[in-house]
Design a protein around this ligand. Sequence first.
Ligand SMILES: [Fe+2]
Length: 344
Amino acid sequence: MNDLGRLEDLPAEYRAALTKQNLVPLWPSLRALLPAGQPRPSTRATHWSYEALRPLLLRAGDLTPIEKAERRVLVLANPGHGLEKMQASAAMYLGMQLLLPGEWAPAHRHTPNAVRMIVEGDGAYTTVDGEKCPMSRGDLVLTPTGLWHEHGHDGDQPVVWLDVLDLPLVYYMEASYHVDGERQAVKPSRGDRAYARAGLVPTPVFERASSAYPMLRYPWANTRAALEALAAESSTSEAVQVTFVNPETGADAQNILGYRALMLRPGETLRLPVRSPAAVFHLIEGAAEARIGEHAFALAQSDTCCAPGFTAATLTNRFTATPAFFFIADETPLHRKLGVYEQR
Ligand SMILES: [Fe+2]
């Protein structure tokens, strides 16, 4: 592969004449835009310890009242992109959000899609499109694009959850904005109970649900039970993983990011294939090791780490008597829809 001409090889007056006309020579940047063989991600394998971030998040509760924060969040920022970019990967944003007893995060809606993976505490809820979704550890609550959502807390202990949004992508597309709203009226809803049995969907008088997001809350008790049932039925060579889907269509629960839960049996090591999308691993329960490229992270419960695309990752359950449970967020739906998905 030849070396291409550099910007500094060009006469200064020629470069100035190009700039004046809003023109840029391609060849000095061509190799960076189209690197040989595979991308060079800015996303860096990064580990966020919950033990380290928790006291800082609780201090934010003392330092900044909810009225001054609206959403009290510490962003899990990837240093490879620069912390000020506040992104975990090219398309994913991660934040740890704190809501204290009695607090209220007012209603709004926005173009980016969000999900909440609850990390600790009980008694908080998110009202999404009028449906009140209780929040307990391991529950997944969707707040898809355009749907009103607000957070309240009737319990007596702090509640923390992990927000995952496709904000960096939607912002890059210049399509990111929000609208403030009034407190929502809660409507009677069967919520997650309407889709509690796989293979069965409600069809009152032969009608399927018409909503694009029929299921907004995936309770951890159901997810964990599904993983344990799969583990009991499968051979030990088979990975125990489920995907959060739209129960009406079977498609990914949201359009841009994908969400899964993974169980590692006691002592199990799982080598993940090298794939194009970046991925985030959040440990719901247990103790694990994540090897991502050259990096090895010891993960305690509620720790989070991220892996760039095109990078080998291996997950190991460090406990030999109890399973480990991961929540995984990744960019697979986006890559598949755009036709750039690869597994090597
Ligand atoms: Fe929001």
